[in-house]
Design a protein around this ligand. Sequence first.
Ligand code: GDP
Ligand code: MG
Length: 237
Amino acid sequence: MTSGGAVNFDYLFKYIIIGDAAVGKSNLLLRYAHGQFKAEYQLTIGVEFGAKNVEIRNKIYRVQIWDTAGQESFRSITRAYYKNSVCALVVYDISSRDSFNNVSTWIEDCKNQSPSTIYMVLVGNKKDLDDRRQVTTEEGQELADKFGMQFYETSAKTGENVENIFIDSADVIAKKIDENYYDLENDSCGIKQGVNRASGNNNNARRLDEQQNQSRPKSSCCLKWNPLVLIILLNIK
Ligand code: GDP
Ligand code: MG
Protein backbone atom coordinates (compact mmCIF):
# COMPACT_ATOMS: atom_id res chain seq x y z
CA MET A 1 0.00 0.00 0.00
CA THR A 2 1.33 3.45 -0.79
CA SER A 3 0.49 6.97 0.19
CA GLY A 4 1.77 10.27 -1.14
CA GLY A 5 1.81 12.50 1.93
CA ALA A 6 4.93 13.62 3.74
CA VAL A 7 4.21 11.86 7.00
CA ASN A 8 6.80 10.44 9.31
CA PHE A 9 8.38 7.17 8.35
CA ASP A 10 10.53 4.42 9.73
CA TYR A 11 13.12 4.35 6.94
CA LEU A 12 13.95 6.46 3.91
CA PHE A 13 15.28 4.66 0.84
CA LYS A 14 17.14 6.44 -1.94
CA TYR A 15 16.48 4.91 -5.37
CA ILE A 16 18.03 5.89 -8.70
CA ILE A 17 16.82 5.25 -12.25
CA ILE A 18 19.33 4.54 -15.01
CA GLY A 19 19.20 3.46 -18.65
CA ASP A 20 19.38 4.99 -22.11
CA ALA A 21 17.72 8.31 -22.89
CA ALA A 22 14.02 8.09 -23.82
CA VAL A 23 13.33 4.65 -22.34
CA GLY A 24 10.80 6.25 -19.98
CA LYS A 25 12.72 6.83 -16.73
CA SER A 26 11.19 10.23 -16.01
CA ASN A 27 7.73 8.92 -16.80
CA LEU A 28 8.13 5.93 -14.49
CA LEU A 29 8.93 8.39 -11.72
CA LEU A 30 6.04 10.63 -12.75
CA ARG A 31 3.65 7.69 -12.84
CA TYR A 32 4.74 6.31 -9.49
CA ALA A 33 4.99 9.54 -7.51
CA HIS A 34 2.19 11.53 -9.15
CA GLY A 35 0.05 9.06 -11.11
CA GLN A 36 0.69 10.97 -14.32
CA PHE A 37 2.10 10.40 -17.81
CA LYS A 38 3.57 12.87 -20.28
CA ALA A 39 3.33 11.86 -23.95
CA GLU A 40 5.71 14.55 -25.20
CA TYR A 41 9.37 13.77 -24.77
CA GLN A 42 11.13 16.37 -22.63
CA LEU A 43 14.76 16.17 -21.71
CA THR A 44 15.10 15.98 -17.95
CA ILE A 45 16.67 19.16 -16.67
CA GLY A 46 18.26 19.27 -13.25
CA VAL A 47 18.28 16.33 -10.91
CA GLU A 48 14.74 15.64 -9.89
CA PHE A 49 13.24 13.39 -7.34
CA GLY A 50 9.88 12.19 -6.27
CA ALA A 51 9.04 10.52 -3.01
CA LYS A 52 6.19 8.34 -1.91
CA ASN A 53 5.56 6.20 1.14
CA VAL A 54 5.14 2.44 1.08
CA GLU A 55 3.60 0.69 4.04
CA ILE A 56 4.77 -2.86 4.72
CA ARG A 57 4.01 -4.87 7.83
CA ASN A 58 3.02 -1.78 9.82
CA LYS A 59 6.16 0.12 8.95
CA ILE A 60 6.36 3.14 6.66
CA TYR A 61 9.17 3.28 4.12
CA ARG A 62 9.69 6.54 2.27
CA VAL A 63 10.92 5.68 -1.21
CA GLN A 64 12.75 8.64 -2.68
CA ILE A 65 13.51 8.27 -6.39
CA TRP A 66 16.18 10.28 -8.17
CA ASP A 67 16.10 10.86 -11.89
CA THR A 68 19.07 11.70 -14.12
CA ALA A 69 19.60 15.19 -15.45
CA GLY A 70 19.73 14.13 -19.09
CA GLN A 71 23.30 12.99 -18.49
CA GLU A 72 22.41 9.55 -19.78
CA SER A 73 22.46 10.94 -23.33
CA PHE A 74 26.18 11.49 -22.92
CA ARG A 75 26.88 8.36 -20.87
CA SER A 76 28.45 10.63 -18.32
CA ILE A 77 26.52 9.86 -15.18
CA THR A 78 28.79 10.78 -12.34
CA ARG A 79 29.61 8.86 -9.23
CA ALA A 80 27.75 11.51 -7.24
CA TYR A 81 24.49 10.32 -8.80
CA TYR A 82 25.11 6.69 -7.87
CA LYS A 83 26.36 7.27 -4.37
CA ASN A 84 24.19 6.68 -1.30
CA SER A 85 21.65 4.58 -3.19
CA VAL A 86 19.99 1.48 -1.87
CA CYS A 87 18.30 0.51 -5.12
CA ALA A 88 18.82 1.11 -8.85
CA LEU A 89 16.16 0.57 -11.48
CA VAL A 90 17.89 -0.30 -14.75
CA VAL A 91 15.42 0.54 -17.49
CA TYR A 92 15.21 -0.34 -21.18
CA ASP A 93 12.44 0.11 -23.74
CA ILE A 94 10.91 -3.15 -25.04
CA SER A 95 10.47 -1.45 -28.44
CA SER A 96 14.17 -0.57 -28.68
CA ARG A 97 16.71 -3.33 -29.18
CA ASP A 98 19.53 -0.79 -28.75
CA SER A 99 18.35 0.21 -25.29
CA PHE A 100 18.28 -3.48 -24.31
CA ASN A 101 21.75 -4.06 -25.73
CA ASN A 102 23.05 -1.25 -23.52
CA VAL A 103 21.60 -2.69 -20.31
CA SER A 104 24.74 -4.69 -19.45
CA THR A 105 26.84 -1.53 -19.67
CA TRP A 106 24.43 0.28 -17.33
CA ILE A 107 24.58 -2.60 -14.88
CA GLU A 108 28.38 -2.63 -14.94
CA ASP A 109 28.48 1.13 -14.52
CA CYS A 110 26.14 0.88 -11.56
CA LYS A 111 28.14 -1.94 -9.95
CA ASN A 112 31.36 0.05 -10.32
CA GLN A 113 30.02 3.29 -8.91
CA SER A 114 27.41 2.35 -6.33
CA PRO A 115 27.64 0.97 -2.81
CA SER A 116 28.34 -2.78 -2.92
CA THR A 117 25.00 -3.41 -1.19
CA ILE A 118 22.94 -1.84 -4.00
CA TYR A 119 19.85 -3.79 -5.04
CA MET A 120 19.29 -3.68 -8.79
CA VAL A 121 16.02 -4.30 -10.61
CA LEU A 122 15.63 -4.74 -14.38
CA VAL A 123 12.70 -2.93 -15.97
CA GLY A 124 11.50 -3.38 -19.56
CA ASN A 125 9.28 -0.32 -20.04
CA LYS A 126 6.68 0.61 -22.73
CA LYS A 127 4.92 -2.73 -22.41
CA ASP A 128 1.89 -1.11 -24.05
CA LEU A 129 3.84 -0.93 -27.34
CA ASP A 130 3.55 -4.67 -27.86
CA ASP A 131 3.04 -4.30 -31.62
CA ARG A 132 6.43 -2.56 -31.86
CA ARG A 133 8.20 -4.94 -29.50
CA GLN A 134 11.84 -5.69 -30.33
CA VAL A 135 12.77 -7.50 -27.11
CA THR A 136 10.84 -10.55 -25.92
CA THR A 137 9.84 -11.04 -22.31
CA GLU A 138 12.00 -14.19 -22.27
CA GLU A 139 15.09 -12.24 -23.31
CA GLY A 140 14.48 -9.72 -20.52
CA GLN A 141 13.98 -12.48 -17.97
CA GLU A 142 17.10 -14.28 -19.17
CA LEU A 143 19.25 -11.18 -18.72
CA ALA A 144 17.76 -10.54 -15.29
CA ASP A 145 18.52 -14.14 -14.28
CA LYS A 146 22.08 -13.76 -15.52
CA PHE A 147 22.63 -10.83 -13.17
CA GLY A 148 20.43 -12.19 -10.37
CA MET A 149 17.95 -9.33 -10.68
CA GLN A 150 14.20 -9.05 -10.28
CA PHE A 151 12.53 -8.35 -13.63
CA TYR A 152 9.40 -6.41 -14.56
CA GLU A 153 7.82 -5.32 -17.77
CA THR A 154 5.99 -2.07 -17.17
CA SER A 155 4.10 0.70 -18.87
CA ALA A 156 4.50 4.19 -17.50
CA LYS A 157 1.69 5.08 -19.91
CA THR A 158 -0.97 2.73 -18.52
CA GLY A 159 0.66 2.33 -15.10
CA GLU A 160 0.84 -1.46 -15.49
CA ASN A 161 3.24 -3.01 -12.98
CA VAL A 162 4.84 0.32 -12.00
CA GLU A 163 3.75 0.30 -8.38
CA ASN A 164 4.78 -3.35 -7.99
CA ILE A 165 8.43 -2.50 -8.66
CA PHE A 166 8.52 -0.21 -5.66
CA ILE A 167 6.39 -2.30 -3.31
CA ASP A 168 8.35 -5.49 -4.03
CA SER A 169 11.80 -3.89 -3.87
CA ALA A 170 10.97 -2.00 -0.66
CA ASP A 171 9.81 -5.31 0.79
CA VAL A 172 13.10 -7.01 -0.15
CA ILE A 173 15.14 -4.14 1.30
CA ALA A 174 13.02 -4.11 4.48
CA LYS A 175 13.77 -7.82 4.95
CA LYS A 176 17.48 -7.20 4.38
CA ILE A 177 17.38 -4.53 7.10
CA ASP A 178 15.90 -7.09 9.47
CA GLU A 179 18.77 -9.42 8.56
CA ASN A 180 21.32 -6.65 9.37
CA TYR A 181 22.55 -6.66 5.79
CA TYR A 182 23.20 -2.88 5.80
CA ASP A 183 25.40 -0.72 7.95
CA LEU A 184 22.70 1.74 8.93
CA GLU A 185 25.20 3.96 10.75
CA ASN A 186 26.70 4.72 7.36
CA ASP A 187 24.67 6.97 5.04
CA SER A 188 26.33 5.47 1.97
CA CYS A 189 24.03 2.43 2.11
CA GLY A 190 21.21 4.67 0.86
CA ILE A 191 19.00 4.19 3.90
CA LYS A 192 18.20 6.77 6.54
CA GLN A 193 16.49 5.78 9.72
CA GLY A 194 13.32 7.74 10.26
CA VAL A 195 12.18 9.46 13.34
CA ASN A 196 9.93 7.87 15.84
CA ARG A 197 6.52 8.19 14.25
CA ALA A 198 4.96 8.30 17.70
CA SER A 199 6.73 11.62 18.34
CA GLY A 200 4.14 13.27 16.11
CA ASN A 201 6.62 15.58 14.40
CA ASN A 202 5.27 15.78 10.86
CA ASN A 203 8.07 17.98 9.57
CA ASN A 204 10.67 15.28 9.65
CA ALA A 205 9.95 13.73 6.26
CA ARG A 206 10.16 17.11 4.60
CA ARG A 207 13.32 17.99 6.51
CA LEU A 208 15.04 14.79 5.39
CA ASP A 209 13.95 15.36 1.78
CA GLU A 210 15.51 18.81 2.00
CA GLN A 211 18.72 17.41 3.46
CA GLN A 212 18.91 14.97 0.57
CA ASN A 213 18.26 17.76 -1.85
CA GLN A 214 21.18 19.74 -0.43
CA SER A 215 23.49 16.78 -0.87
CA ARG A 216 22.55 16.13 -4.48
CA PRO A 217 25.22 16.17 -7.22
CA LYS A 218 26.85 19.59 -7.45
CA SER A 219 26.52 19.71 -11.23
CA SER A 220 22.75 19.90 -11.03
CA CYS A 221 20.76 23.08 -10.83
CA CYS A 222 19.00 24.14 -7.68
CA LEU A 223 15.61 22.60 -8.16
CA LYS A 224 13.72 20.73 -5.55
CA TRP A 225 11.05 18.37 -6.81
CA ASN A 226 7.55 19.62 -6.30
CA PRO A 227 4.50 19.65 -8.56
CA LEU A 228 5.05 23.30 -9.55
CA VAL A 229 8.67 22.68 -10.56
CA LEU A 230 7.55 19.60 -12.43
CA ILE A 231 4.94 21.54 -14.39
CA ILE A 232 7.49 24.22 -15.26
CA LEU A 233 10.09 21.64 -16.29
CA LEU A 234 7.70 19.66 -18.40
CA ASN A 235 6.67 22.79 -20.24
CA ILE A 236 10.18 23.90 -21.11
CA LYS A 237 10.61 23.29 -24.80
P1 GDP B 1 13.72 9.24 -20.21
O1 GDP B 1 14.60 9.99 -21.15
O2 GDP B 1 14.24 7.84 -19.99
O3 GDP B 1 13.48 9.97 -18.93
O4 GDP B 1 12.32 9.04 -20.95
P2 GDP B 1 10.94 9.83 -20.77
O5 GDP B 1 10.24 9.42 -19.52
O6 GDP B 1 11.17 11.27 -20.95
O7 GDP B 1 10.09 9.22 -21.99
C1 GDP B 1 10.57 9.30 -23.33
C2 GDP B 1 9.39 9.19 -24.28
O8 GDP B 1 8.80 7.90 -24.17
C3 GDP B 1 8.27 10.20 -23.99
O9 GDP B 1 7.72 10.60 -25.23
C4 GDP B 1 7.27 9.40 -23.22
O10 GDP B 1 5.96 9.86 -23.38
C5 GDP B 1 7.43 8.01 -23.81
N1 GDP B 1 7.13 6.94 -22.84
C6 GDP B 1 7.65 6.78 -21.60
N2 GDP B 1 7.16 5.69 -21.02
C7 GDP B 1 6.29 5.13 -21.91
C8 GDP B 1 5.46 3.97 -21.90
O11 GDP B 1 5.39 3.20 -20.94
N3 GDP B 1 4.71 3.74 -23.03
C9 GDP B 1 4.74 4.55 -24.12
N4 GDP B 1 3.98 4.25 -25.16
N5 GDP B 1 5.53 5.65 -24.17
C10 GDP B 1 6.29 5.93 -23.08
MG1 MG C 1 14.32 11.82 -18.32
